[in-house]
Ligand binder design. Structure first.
Ligand code: ADP
Ligand code: MG
Length: 402
């Protein structure tokens, strides 16, 4: 089922990007004490690149001669991988570039992807340093798997790629407010959660999503080895045919309209087979509009962990092509919200009986906040606030994992 994992060649050459200021500011020390010897003993040739500022990694990756590298590995928090992925997708050869195997070693305070691949390997919750050793081991093994990416479309027309999460409300606020507690490492989210609980508020806006099982344009890529066919311009792709068939059988006028929307979104995004209309266009009839407009949080996740000790989407896998959408409706008590976050350490919140929490699996979503100011995060990084929509691209990237 799906694309079989492959292995990196030996000896292999990695570019290892380290952010010296991530987490407790210990990433270089951790590299010297743990990582360097591990990689040398495993015969992994690597070139250490210490980032000097924000977006340095993104610029390096945008310009790099990728034929020199078997993998691009980051040692930092999730923020540095976000830079690398978006740097690859900035390139004119992005279709090839995004297939470069990526790797992650937890060196930051938000190490959600590292915690996720440790979890996919079947291992249980461990301390931060043990997580580093576990991820170092996976890196040395060099098994490369597909990883879903989500394209995020902002109102200004900017398009970003995300591997982890899209958040608005409580989680986004905690994410950003807690950056000042980065020196306490992964515990920053616990501190941030308690602080935010004290000033709990409601976020107003509109939320809609395309359910996973919506018929029109259903992706058949589970049994396709050629992922590029599902993403790029291919007149013969089975996906496109099923799109036309189902739409024509419904209503040819509607189909023509869809066709127009879809080609405009192609021009806008450079991606093919997008299920998204343009952000200012109304949503197609197969989308679900959430009846509530008062939220405490909206969180879209595509990997299991939101932080080292937050198993937000327990049944997520690396390339399931699913966005796990969670929202918490206004009216929840502080105590109940705290219980949800405590239960999340083991992923028990999804089976809890909290009536305010909704969890659904989707392929795309759109959020339209009403208030003029606020915070939206993508992979824990602040992005432009305002209407935003996103869709999943199954297995678009490659990651060294279990
Ligand atoms: P953490 O988990 O501690 O937040 P991240 O990897 O997310 O660590 O990095 C935090 C932020 O720092 C990200 O926005 C990243 O782009 C940025 N960054 C990367 N390298 C540097 C650097 N050398 N100096 C300052 N900021 C950097
Ligand atoms: Mg971060």
């Amino acid at each position: 089922d799906g694309v079989p994992p492959s292995e990196l060649s030996h000896p292999c050459r990695m570019m290892l990007l380290v952010n010296p200021h991530s987490g407790k500011g210990q990433a270089l020390v951790l590299y010297n004490n743990h990582v360097q010897r591990m990689l040398n003993e495993a015969g992994v040739l690597h070139t250490l690149v210490v980032t000097e500022r924000q977006n340095h990694a993104r610029e390096l990756v945008r310009e790099a001669d990728l034929s020199q590298w078997d993998a691009l590995v980051i040692m930092s928090g999730d923020g540095l991988l976000f830079e690398v992925i978006n740097g690859l997708l900035d390139r004119s050869d992005w279709k090839e570039a995004i297939r470069t195997p990526l790797g992650i070693l937890p060196g930051g305070s938000g190490n959600a992807l590292a915690a996720s691949i440790h979890h996919y390997a079947g291992a249980s919750l461990v301390s931060s340093e043990e997580l580093l050793v576990s991820c170092g081991f996976l890196l040395c093994k060099g098994v490369v798997s597909r990883m879903d990416l989500v394209s995020v479309h902002l109102f200004s027309g900017t398009r970003l790629f995300s591997f982890l999460s899209l958040a608005w409300g409580f989680v986004a606020d905690v994410d950003i407010e807690s950056e000042k507690y980065r020196h306490v490492g992964a515990a920053r989210f616990t501190v941030g959660t308690l602080v935010r609980l004290a000033s709990l508020r409601v976020y107003k806006g509109k939320l809609a999503y395309l359910p996973l099982e919506a018929d029109c344009n259903r992706m058949g890529s589970r049994n396709s080895n050629n992922h590029s066919a599902t993403l790029h311009n291919s007149r013969d792709s089975p996906l496109q045919n099923s799109f036309h068939n189902s739409c024509h059988s419904n209503n040819s006028l509607k189909a023509r309209r869809f066709e127009r929307l879809r080609s405009s979104s192609k021009t806008q995004t450079g991606l093919w087979n997008s299920v998204l209309p343009r952000l200012e266009e109304p949503l197609p009839g197969n989308w679900v509009v959430v009846p509530e407009e008062d939220f405490v949080l909206v969180l879209a996740m595509y990997q299991s962990h939101l932080a080292e000790d937050l198993l937000a989407a327990p049944d997520a896998t690396l390339d399931d092509g699913v966005i796990h959408l969670f929202y918490v409706k206004a009216g929840i008590s502080r105590a109940a919200l705290l219980r949800l976050f405590l239960a999340m350490e083991k992923g028990a919140h999804v089976t809890s009986s909290c009536a305010h929490l909704v969890h659904t699996k989707v392929r795309a979503l759109r959020m339209e906040p009403y208030s003029p100011k606020g915070i939206i995060t993508v992979d824990g990084e602040v992005v432009e606030y305002g209407p935003v929509q996103a869709e999943v691209h199954q297995g678009l990237a490659r990651l060294i994992s279990a």
